[in-house]
Ligand binder design. Structure first.
Ligand SMILES: *Cc1c(COP(=O)(O)O)cnc(C)c1O
Length: 436
């Protein structure tokens, strides 16, 4: 499998190069040259296939000959070595819980998959790789955890100062070693812009081998497809119809991976991209106009994105055919007030406690079900509610017990550099790192 740049000004590359580069030299996102078709027999028998084998089967067309099958099997198994259960919330609505990994958010699978690929690719090489990543909250922790202690890889994380939860901040600032966190005085979009500038900077790229670990990186984006296969595997055992799936969305990597899986053959009746007040895509689907906005801060902060990177991949998946997109994808914008109310409501009426992102997913699903006169569906629960305990505990009037993953970091000291929303400061910091 080869990957081309969506800006079409760079040569095609294989999976290894696409992973190491992160972004094409023309600043485009990499995209697979063709979308694999999965044999329908695979879906017929999916409930009998172990999760790690599903993972290998889905990923092998993308990694091709670049990673031998036994290595790919190891990488996939390590990337998803925790449960991903489909849990009943109401009579017809289920939650696919993606938060049982080490940093309690769905980004663990993608970040662990990518870090292990890079580890494999850098074996026996002397050159250090610097992973540069912007985070709206959860990517940073997942990437920090996935890469912690990986030889030959340094990680620099940019996060918007004061706009991530205290648990998220702990997860990205307490590790140390090869992980550095920069607290940027700005929004997530500012962080993302600085990262993009760094990739485009000739001097920096001469000095350092830079790569990204955002969902623009194919090694993070593509394995997210696995969630949808695992959702289907479990859904199939409770409902004969293909599922309707609601995805809390910010940078649109996750829902885009779901759409990719669907085009490969995965039965899904409809997708919903559930957004908070950041509503460029809901507006695009309503007006056919894409107007990037400044990110607005909300309680589902990992979705505070005003110009989602993966939107261009969605356009590409459907050959920019607006009606085709509308046929499979709906999108809604939900307010913080609605989100808070539903958290309290689900907790008291169903004894289910969603996090603010999952709550947005649930609300998006309910809206679509009502409009389309459907009854059943599932939403992705992308984070553990304890990551947002300061918001959630107030709503339910009780304490959320700390899972083991948090006990490990709760007493540790935060360590980050504060930085202005200014590329020249970042550049200086990186050049200094490169000199060591
Ligand atoms: C990152 C994140 C999202 C948004 O995922 P995208 O792929 O950026 O759309 C949703 N929920 C949580 C908890 C996240 O960390």
């Amino acid at each position: 499998m080869k990957y081309y740049s969506l800006n079409r000004q760079s040569p095609m590359v294989d999976f290894r190069e696409a992973t190491i580069k992160g972004q094409a030299p023309d600043k485009g996102l990499y995209f697979p040259e063709r979308i694999p078709r999965i044999d329908p027999a695979f879906f017929k028998a999916i409930e009998t296939i172990p999760d790690d084998e599903i993972g290998v089967r889905v990923m092998i067309p993308y990694t091709g000959t670049v990673i031998p099958e036994n290595e790919l099997h190891r990488i996939v198994s390590e990337a998803m070595n925790f449960p991903i259960p489909l849990v009943k919330v109401t009579k017809d609505i289920y939650s696919l819980e993606l938060f049982h990994g080490p940093t309690l958010a769905f980004k663990d699978v993608g970040a662990r998959f990518m870090s292990r690929c890079l580890g494999y690719f850098s074996k026996g090489k002397s050159e250090k790789i610097t992973v540069l990543v912007a985070t709206s909250g959860d990517t940073g922790g997942a990437v920090a955890n996935g890469f912690y202690g990986v030889d030959g890889v340094d990680v620099v994380i940019l996060y918007p100062f004061g706009k991530v939860s205290s648990v998220q901040e702990k997860q990205l600032t307490t590790l140390g070693k090869n992980i550095r966190a920069l607290a940027i005085e700005g929004t997530f979009d500012d962080c993302q812009k600085m990262v993009k500038q760094a990739f485009a900077d000739t001097e920096l790229n001469k000095k350092l081998f830079l790569t990204s670990a955002n969902s623009i990186n194919v090694a993070r984006w593509l394995p997210q497809q696995l969630y949808y296969f695992l959702a289907y595997k479990q859904w199939k055992q409770i409902n004969d119809e293909a599922p309707i799936i609601s995805v809390p969305s910010g940078n649109f990597g996750n829902v885009c991976a779901g759409l990719l899986a669907h085009i490969s053959g995965l039965p899904v009746k409809h997708f919903i991209a559930a957004c908070n007040a950041n509503k460029v895509v809901p507006e695009f689907l309503a007006t056919q106009e894409y107007k990037p906005q400044k990110a607005i801060a909300t309680i589902s902060n990992a979705m505070d994105v005003g110009d989602p990177s993966n939107f261009v991949r969605i356009l590409e998946l459907f050959n920019k055919d607006f009606l085709k997109i509308k046929n499979v994808l709906s999108s809604y914008s939900l307010s913080d007030e609605e989100t808070k109310a539903i958290i309290a409501d689900l907790y008291s009426s169903e004894k289910y406690l969603p996090d603010p992102h999952g709550a947005v997913g649930y609300l998006g699903l309910k809206k679509y079900l009502k409009e389309s006169m459907n009854k059943a569906g599932l939403f992705l629960e992308t984070a553990h509610p304890v990551k947002f305990y300061d918001i959630v505990e107030l709503l339910i009037n009780s304490k959320i017990p700390f899972p083991q993953q948090l006990n490990d970091i709760s007493g540790k000291h935060n360590f980050s550099f504060k930085m202005k929303d200014d590329f020249s400061e970042l550049k200086e910091f990186l050049l200094e790192m490169g000199n060591k």
